[in-house]
Design a protein around this ligand. Structure first.
Ligand SMILES: [Zn+2]
Length: 491
């Protein structure tokens, strides 16, 4: 008995030593990269006015097939960029691709170096009809008030296009010429599939571009630490993005009079299939960019959390369960299942001859359109339910390497203009989609980040009401791009 007790005590002591040892090792490796702060001069009033002016042009992508884009608005935006950034337009070549997208080429002094691609998109989503009056400032007014630039595109994504060009204009004014060729790739239809970005990619690939040294697009922002359980702010740099798949479930019924129904009508049979899907969610997996994010964040967390995150071999299941308690946390850990449309039946006393549901899946890296479809078939397990993919679909992007030179350049550029030692720069999984996914197979340095500090509340304004960017936040983005354009030299 004593021997057994001793053995147990020894095992507990060993376990504790491992836990504490792992935690200490993490604390030592978590120190941020030290950089010297750099001051970047920006024509602040001009920059803000140019962003505001761009918002007044309704470059709207309407829901697929409902309404054509206003090409005059896009052309007016092209013209506004031309007059707003004269040096950029004198020194860089600009091409119109796929009708309304823009590709700028800024030739580097060393054509043997892999290029850099700075992405953004010119289109915006519409304002939901009927919600116009809820806007404090008009969505397409381009109003500067209360410390914000207001309107559609101020977070998604004219903000990135204008900030990148603003930085390029400033750098050119200062005589900067990059070593690597820099492309600005601005698609015109990111919100409805991104054909413009794909056409730009095809153009560049035809010209011999193989693996860009860095691709940067929208996606992450500087978020409050409270969103991820830390104290300081955290710069979330998207290292991968989820895939997208909509499956339509269809059940055909015999129809007939509702006075003599079968055990399950088409609607009932469809409802059972939906219930099975919801009660059998995809597994939670803490790996890839989400795991990398937690590993970056843990150094700044209180000891208990740090100990748990430093010993995922033991606490992994507990941590994933805790994260998954919130929908935003669960989305980072699993392929999500969202039943978004149901249709069936026409009259109270008529049995439906058909019932349909659309289920939208956001696929985590590690799974595919094929594996998700297969699992859905298996879970439903009913040959009476037809399952077919509808509309836009894409596999998850490849996962970029946060230990690479592109990520390092992003981190360095951010720390140079934001020398807050508590700021954590972490990779993460983008749960939405961006145009940059098309480059992820060609460059393991494809990242999604915009250097603007936002609140949790601001994130709901993206595609929502009262989209707006703080003036200071926008100027930070301009400074960030300035540093990034220059830091591509040292990559
Ligand atoms: Zn966007």
């Amino acid at each position: 008995m004593t021997k057994l007790l001793l053995a147990v005590l020894a095992a507990v002591a060993l376990c504790a030593a491992v836990l504490v040892g792992n935690t200490a090792r993490v604390a030592r490796t978590a120190a941020p990269v030290a950089v010297t702060p750099v001051s970047v001069v920006v024509d602040s009033a001009g920059a803000i006015a140019r962003l505001a002016a761009s918002v007044t042009l309704p470059t709207i992508s309407y829901e697929e097939g409902t309404q054509a884009p206003d090409s005059a608005a896009f052309r007016a935006l092209h013209e506004q960029l031309r007059t707003g950034f004269p040096l950029v337009h004198a020194r860089l070549t600009r091409e119109t691709v796929a009708g309304l997208s823009l590709l700028y080429t800024w030739p580097g002094t060393d054509s043997s170096l892999a290029p850099v691609i700075v992405m953004g998109h010119l289109d915006v989503v519409p304002v939901i009809p009927g919600t116009e009056a809820e806007w404090t400032q008009p969505a397409f007014g381009g109003v500067i008030a209360d410390g914000f630039v207001w309107g559609r595109g101020t977070l998604d994504d004219k903000v990135a296009v204008l900030a990148a060009l603003e930085a390029a204009e400033g750098a050119l004014r200062g005589g900067f010429q990059p070593k690597r060729t820099i492309y600005f790739a601005f698609g015109h239809d990111e919100e409805v599939g991104g054909s413009g970005a794909r056409a730009i990619k095809e153009t560049l690939v035809k010209r011999g571009i193989k693996g860009p040294a860095l691709v940067i697009d929208e996606g992450g922002v500087i978020a409050p630490g409270s969103m991820v359980g830390t104290n300081g702010a955290v710069a979330l740099v998207g290292a991968s993005e989820k895939g997208f798949l909509s499956l339509q479930l269809t059940v055909r019924g015999a129809g007939g009079h509702s006075s003599t129904p079968p055990e399950h009508s088409a609607i009932g049979q469809l409802a059972m299939a939906i219930a099975k899907l919801e009660s059998s969610p995809f597994p939670l997996v803490l790996d890839g960019p989400t795991r990398a994010m937690m590993e970056r964040l843990r150094g700044t967390m209180p000891y208990g959390k740090r100990l748990a995150l430093s010993n995922l071999w033991l606490f992994g299941p507990m941590i994933t369960k805790g994260m998954a308690a919130k929908p935003s946390g669960a989305a980072m850990l699993r392929t999500t299942t969202a039943v978004t449309i149901v249709k069936g039946g026409v009259k109270a006393n008529v049995l439906p001859i058909e019932a349909r549901a659309t289920v939208n899946f956001r696929i985590r890296p590690g799974e595919t359109i094929a594996s998700v479809t297969e699992r859905v078939q298996h879970v439903i397990g009913d040959s009476g339910v037809t399952i077919e993919a509808v509309g836009f679909k894409t596999d998850p992007s490849a996962v970029s390497d946060p230990a690479g030179r592109g990520f390092a350049a992003i981190e360095r550029s951010l720390r140079e203009i934001n020398p807050d030692p508590a700021l954590v720069v972490a990779p993460y999984l983008v749960v939405g989609g961006t145009d940059s996914r098309i480059w992820s197979e060609l460059s393991s340095q494809t990242f999604r980040f915009l250097a603007i500090p936002v609140t949790a509340d601001a994130l709901t304004r993206i595609h929502g009401t009262n989209e707006r960017v703080p003036v200071g936040g926008y100027l930070m983005a301009v400074r960030f791009y300035d540093r990034l354009l220059r830091n591509t030299d040292g990559m």
